[in-house]
Structure formats: C-alpha cells, structure tokens
Design a protein around this ligand. Structure first.
Ligand SMILES: [Fe+2]
Length: 256
C-alpha cells in the first residue's frame, strides 16, 4: 500500500471512529483511531526504509539565545535525541513485526509491543516523539506569536487568564521530581488539562495515567537546561515562554 492510500485509509478510519462515538473522552478510542493519520501533522514521521531518523531543526542551535543556549541545543539535539533514535531503531531490529509502523503507532501502543522490546520502545520511542514535538514548539520568532482566539478561550475557561495558566503550568513543570515532562493536553472536545510524565513517557501512550493529545510540553530533564540554568529549573521554565511558538500550539489545538 502506498503512502497516499495509507493516509486515505487512516483518515477514513479516524473520521469513522469519531463519527461512531459522537462525544466521549480520549480513552474511548483506540490508540490507532486517535493517533494514526494526520493527528499532530508532521510528527507522524514514518520510518524511512525501516529506520527512524533524527529530524532537522527549523532553526540554528544558537537561534533561541539567550533563553536556551546554543551548546545545550546542540548536545540535546545531536546527542540526546540522536541516541533515542538510534536505540529505537535497534529495538525495532530485534522485533521485525514492528518495522514500518509510524512513530505515533509505536508510542501510542506500548502494551502491544513485544515484551522483549517494550521498555526500549517506551523509553526511546517516547524520547524520539517527545523531542520531535518539543523542537517544533519553539521558534526564534516566538515573540511575534500569540494564542489563537479559540485556544485563548479554552485556556481562560479553565484557568481564568493566560497569566494564571502560565503560573499553573510552571508549577507543574517545576514540580516534576527527577527527569520528565510537563504537558498541556486536550481531549477531543478541546477540554484542556495539565499533566506530567516521568522519564520519556508521553501523554499519547496507552500506559499514560492521564491520556490526551499534547499541544504544549516542556522537557524538564536536566540535560535541557543545566548548562545555562544549573539547578534553577524555574528560571528555565520562565525563559521557555520567550521561545514558545503559540502559532504551533494553536495549530495543534485545532487539529483532531
Ligand atoms: Fe531532552
């Protein structure tokens, strides 16, 4: 089946699934129905010749200065993220039945992975997905972006104001014990929630305690900020708002 047919089929399946359930929560859909196809757009990233690749950044390593330094970006992308990609590919080599599956399919279906590679898919597939998502969220032109009217209304409905939302998101991010991520997720009715995950777990995973589609997230592993901010994670989170591309967050909010 070529890509075009695959995408058409996935789109059909997704639309059919959504029509069938009418209203409901994310957990009422299977992972494939939710996350295959166009959800999260270019993050689906099918493997090329059976192997995943490190995505190129849309900006230079130094482009997010002074908020995130060039050295951190270089190591984070070319070393940490590359290692997740390499180890994900190694895991798939050991479980050929997973070859050809999209990143989204793999990460949303951790329980379906063979036990021998399940932890590797969780850690390295999650790492590949989360970082690919994270790079897309940031932009050197972030200061020129704002949340869409629809997203602003959803944020205000839950947190009263954008300022309050930022306070609560920062609390969530600074409260992660050890390595992990803080997320803003949505369900299919556009209800927003804050959640966190440990290590490289992702809200799209079937094993997530609170499942949903991430539209904003921050990597709070020390490798994301230690060179510049040392132990001051709160300062890193405060700097993050200066590089957050609200156009991208708004785009992901409107999809699905
Ligand atoms: Fe990271």
């Amino acid at each position: 089946m070529n890509n075009s047919n695959t995408n058409s089929r996935r789109s059909f399946l997704k639309k059919g699934a959504l029509a069938a359930i009418g209203v409901g929560v994310l957990n009422s859909l299977t992972a494939n129905e939710l996350y295959a196809g166009t959800v999260n757009g270019n993050l689906e990233m099918p493997p090329v010749d059976g192997a995943f690749e490190l995505p190129k950044l849309d900006y230079a390593y130094g482009a997010l200065e002074p908020f995130i330094d060039a050295k951190t970006m270089e190591i984070h992308h070319s070393k940490h993220h590359q290692t997740y990609v390499t180890k994900l590919n190694e895991a798939i080599e050991k479980a050929p039945e997973l070859k050809g599956k999209s990143l989204m399919e793999l990460v949303a279906n951790i329980n379906a992975a063979p036990e021998s590679v399940r932890t590797a898919i969780r850690n390295h597939g999650g790492g590949h997905f989360n970082h690919s998502f994270f790079w897309k969220l940031m932009s050197p032109d972030a200061k020129n972006t704002t949340a869409s009217a629809e997203l602003t209304a959803a944020i205000n409905a839950k947190w009263t104001s954008m300022d309050n939302f930022k306070v609560e998101f920062a609390k969530s991010a600074t409260g992660v014990f050890g390595s992990g991520w803080a997320w803003l997720i949505k369900d299919k009715e556009n209800n927003l929630s804050l959640t966190t995950t440990a290590n490289q777990d992702s809200p799209i995973m079937d094993i997530a305690a609170m499942r949903g589609k991430p539209i904003l997230g921050i990597d709070v592993w020390e490798h994301a900020y230690y060179l510049k901010h040392q132990n001051k994670r709160a300062d890193y989170v405060a700097d993050f708002w200066n590089v957050l591309d609200w156009n991208q967050v708004s785009k992901w909010f409107m999809e699905l």
